[in-house]
Design a protein around this ligand. Structure first.
Ligand SMILES: CC(=O)SCCNC(=O)CCNC(=O)[C@H](O)C(C)(C)COP(=O)(O)OP(=O)(O)OC[C@H]1O[C@@H](n2cnc3c(N)ncnc32)[C@H](O)[C@@H]1OP(=O)(O)O
Ligand SMILES: O=CC(=O)O
Ligand SMILES: [Mg+2]
Length: 567
């Protein structure tokens, strides 16, 4: 159950009380704002409530199944292909044809639903912009509601941003990227909206509000009759994809648009899901437009799935790249699966971003991105992700050098060789060493990321890399795993056990963070709170499912009940 945030109460005011006009059974506990009220209309909320009521038990059941699977993995079982769905994996079926508007997705930029970034991303020259309510967003009430307003303005084509300090007005170019929206994962509640006395499901709020306000405009201006388009995160099993498919069916019915209008790309970013790729596409076959290698959450999920397996400890985070056998196998099988079913096999995110003040380091970072993208396009991926507008040109060149003017490689690179990949290939232990520097970096990155998240930023540059919820999760669970199994740091010849030094490492890294960010920022920021949350999560005997579930309690800000509505 979600509690109040630590600073979560605003005293009632004697001024006029504003309230959202809500349907029966819906209670808005987030701050009232006239702009937010244009999103939280009674009809839009009714649609969200309808989704919640129809699907809440299915979602609860799916989450129970995750727990049951976890129990089995913790007792020693390994994830694998499900014998009961062999007929789906071996059957000859394809997904609905790819809509023309998104046939070419060779470079996709991603970013939080922040106003200036939305405009920059849509103008970036990328083919697609994935607007993120998930890994890149801290889901505060303000961020979520402003994000919805921003997306509505973007789809209407009216979005502008006035940067007064720089005397610069941002607006959309004539040619813009196609918009995909990524709602939160199934596990996250939306504690500012209660439906029938329970917090709403975060992703149904994100999806429901965005769909309700934008489907008509989007289909006219962006989708060439299709859409809206979505990315779906963090699923573990095809039963979760089935719920999304039913959500889409219901949304299409409500809107009176053709079945198969809505299209979604599913991120394969949990270890159990790699064994369910055919099944996930099958459930979504009328609504699918591919799968994507969400490599960062996938690595996080590898640790989480094997939390009870001391023989599967990860080496330093920096060593777990796409060239490790288990990662390469995952990418190859994803390409083979998608192309066999007629949809895009999207690559993932290289974490490097431009480094402004060091040309040599900048060139080295670009070279790493280039290599990563070359590997992806040669393997058969149809497109990739970029974290920053400065990387679009490089990614575009690499993909175009191989694909030329063909919009994708769905028909030309079948990768039938990957049909031989086995469970052993997909689960092969990553190789590498564990070092003190790895431990220190994980600590520094984890704490700084969380401090940013608690103050409203869900993606940040740290040590010249993009960090978001997925990358920070790796830092957290890696430390947890090393502590749990009392790992000896072997890569630098130190031979010390992590649990003997972790307390000191945290102290020293906090001091280093203070030096790096400066005393003033350190004092004003939430570094101490972040340190407390992060170290608790690293040292707890039972691994927390998600970093952001606990941290969410700190950003929930309920407003007095009487300010809201009439339950
Ligand atoms: C694991 C995953 O899920 S990956 C997907 C989720 N993660 C993301 O989407 C991360 C996206 N990237 C980002 O958020 C940002 O690039 C960061 C936080 C890493 C770095 O951002 P900044 O520090 O602002 O970068 P920088 O100062 O170099 O930005 C230069 C300009 O590019 C813009 N910019 C940077 N990244 C993006 C982006 N992803 N989309 C749009 N614009 C961007 C900035 O707004 C800035 O614009 P301006 O010149 O008009 O002021
Ligand atoms: O969402 C993407 C990932 O890598 O995680
Ligand atoms: Mg992810």
């Amino acid at each position: 159950m979600i509690g109040l945030g630590s600073y979560g109460y605003t005293a009632p005011s004697s001024k006029k009380i504003n309230a959202y006009d809500v349907p029966q059974g819906v209670d808005i506990r987030g701050r009232f704002d006239e702009e937010f009220a244009k999103i939280l209309t009674k009809d839009a909320l009714q649609f969200v409530a309808d989704l919640q009521r129809e699907f809440r038990n299915h979602i609860k059941y799916a989450m129970e199944c995750r727990k049951e699977a976890k129990r089995r993995y913790n007792e020693g079982a390994l994830p694998g292909f499900d014998p009961a769905t062999r007929y789906i994996r071996e059957g000859k079926w394809t997904c609905a044809p790819v809509p023309p508007a998104v046939a070419d997705r060779r470079v996709e930029i991603t970013g939080p639903v922040e106003r200036k970034m939305i405009i920059n991303a849509l103008n970036s020259g990328a083919k697609v912009f994935m607007a993120d309510f998930e890994d890149a967003l801290s889901p505060s009430w303000e961020n979520l509601m402003r994000g919805q307003i921003n997306l509505k303005d973007a789809v209407e084509g009216t979005i502008t941003f006035n940067d007064k300090a720089r005397n610069r007005v941002y607006k959309l170019n004539n040619e813009i990227a196609r918009l995909f929206v990524r709602p939160r994962g199934w596990h996250l509640p939306e504690a500012h909206i209660f439906i029938d006395g329970e917090p709403a499901t975060g992703c149904l709020v994100d999806f429901g509000l965005y769909f309700y306000h934008n489907y008509a405009n989007f289909r006219n201006t962006q989708g060439q009759g299709f859409g809206p388009f979505f990315y779906l995160p963090k699923m573990e099993n095809s039963r979760e994809a089935k719920i999304w498919n039913s959500v889409f069916d219901k949304a299409e019915k409500m809107a009176g648009i053709e079945k198969g209008s809505i299209r979604a790309t599913v991120l394969i970013e949990t270890l159990p899901a790699v064994f369910q790729m055919d099944e996930i596409l099958y459930e979504l076959r009328d609504h699918s437009v591919g799968l994507n290698c969400g490599r960062w959450d996938y690595i996080f999920s590898y640790v989480k799935t094997f939390q009870g397996h001391p023989d599967r400890l990860l080496p330093d985070r920096g060593q777990v790249g796409m060239t490790q056998h288990f990662m390469r196998s995952y990418s190859d099988l994803l390409i083979r699966t998608c192309h066999r079913r007629g949809v895009h096999a999207m690559g993932g995110m290289a974490a490097q971003i431009p480094i402004r003040d060091d040309p040599a380091a900048n060139e080295a970072a670009f070279e790493l991105v280039r290599k990563d993208k070359q590997r992806e396009v040669k393997a058969g991926h149809d497109g990739t992700w970029a974290a920053h507008p400065g990387l679009i040109k490089t990614c575009m060149e690499v993909f175009t050098n191989t694909m030329g003017s063909s919009p994708n490689q769905i028909e030309t690179v079948k990768r039938d060789d990957a049909s031989n990949l086995t469970e052993d290939d997909l689960l092969q232990r990553p190789r590498g060493v564990r070092t003190m520097e790895g431990l220190r970096l994980n600590t520094r990155v984890g704490i700084q990321y969380l401090a940013a998240w608690l103050t409203g930023s869900g993606s940040v540059p740290l040590y010249n890399l993009m960090e978001d919820a997925a990358t920070a999760e790796i830092s957290r669970v890696q430390i947890w795993q090393w502590l749990k199994y009392s790992v000896e740091l072997d890569g630098d010849g130190l031979g010390v056990r992590v649990n003997h030094v972790f307390g000191r490492v945290v102290e020293e890294e906090m001091a280093r963070i203070e030096r790096e960010v400066g005393k003033e920022k350190f004092k004003k920021g939430m570094y101490k709170e972040a340190c407390k949350i992060f170290t608790r999560q690293c040292t707890t005997s039972t691994l927390d499912e998600f970093l952001t579930l606990d941290a969410y309690n700190y950003i929930v800000i309920h407003h007095p009940k009487d300010v809201s509505s009439k339950l």
